[in-house]
Design a protein around this ligand. Sequence first.
Ligand SMILES: [Zn+2]
Length: 344
Amino acid sequence: MRATVMYGAGDVRVEHVPDPQIKESTDALVVVTRAAICGSDLWPFKGMPPSETGRRMGHEFIGIVEAVGKDVHKIKVGDLVAAPFAWSDGTCEFCQVGLHTSCLHGGWWGGAELDGGQGEAVRVPQADGTLYPLPVGRDHALMPSLLTLTDVMATGHHAAVTAKVAPGKIAAVVGGGAVGLCGVIAAKRLGAEQIIFLDRHAERIALAQSFGATDIVSERGEAAVERVLALTNGLGAHSVLECVGYEESTRTALSIARPGGAVGRVGVPQDETMPVAMPTFFRNVTISGGPAPARAYMDALLPDVLEGRIEPGKVFDFSGPLDCVPEGYRAMNARTAIKAIIEF
Ligand SMILES: [Zn+2]
């Protein structure tokens, strides 16, 4: 089959790889029908050291189950399934409390050992716990929005949940990538009264406003902090969604949380330490977040997609077949595209 392999910074290729096969009795084989390129795929695209063997890419996909191991009972051949960006058994101590990204028998797609989502097929470990059957046909019109449940919409939701967004509160979203845009959707869905969106790109701002952003802050650094304070009677936001992961964005996010407020961090941190330790301590700011348990959120988010209350699929502004994956990486890295969907 053909799949996406990253060989180093800027060097991503679509090439022939071994066909996946059932290895464990709890595996399923999924033929991919839709996949996406994630903002987090850009981290290796920007800085991965050269590799002889390469690294398989992609962790957001939907597909049709082609085969299952003998211990797979919930997932059936022929099911259309969504795969969250981490696989998990669904039964361990952490899965039981909805923290599937810490599954004791789980893990992450791609790398050197496992298939990634940006390929024609995937061996799925822990199929019963991982895969989520979708009650629609393979080319349903809502497919882009359904695909966002595997990562970006779930991640934006996780930012909002861990930032304690609630009815009547002021939310601020730092970062206008697909996750930040989904964070706006999530903040509105959870009842935020004011949603401040921090980004400077016109098309992202327009999309954020269509999703429910009430105020736009295009300044950066200290000027952004001052602007948010001005928009919140000098108090700051109750809930801040950090959707980037850089030192500067984290500093901004932590600086605009009001006393007693909360910051949900979902941008993968690019630094070892966290800034603003002293001020956030004295303001009693809760600092939370992490990798979203997308599998846990599907029950809550799927009906909102199917019934049209949210439309996160609007974040896709680049589409093409598998051959277009390298172009999709380049477009997202150059910020000429927000997010790419791959159609098989
Ligand atoms: Zn588990």
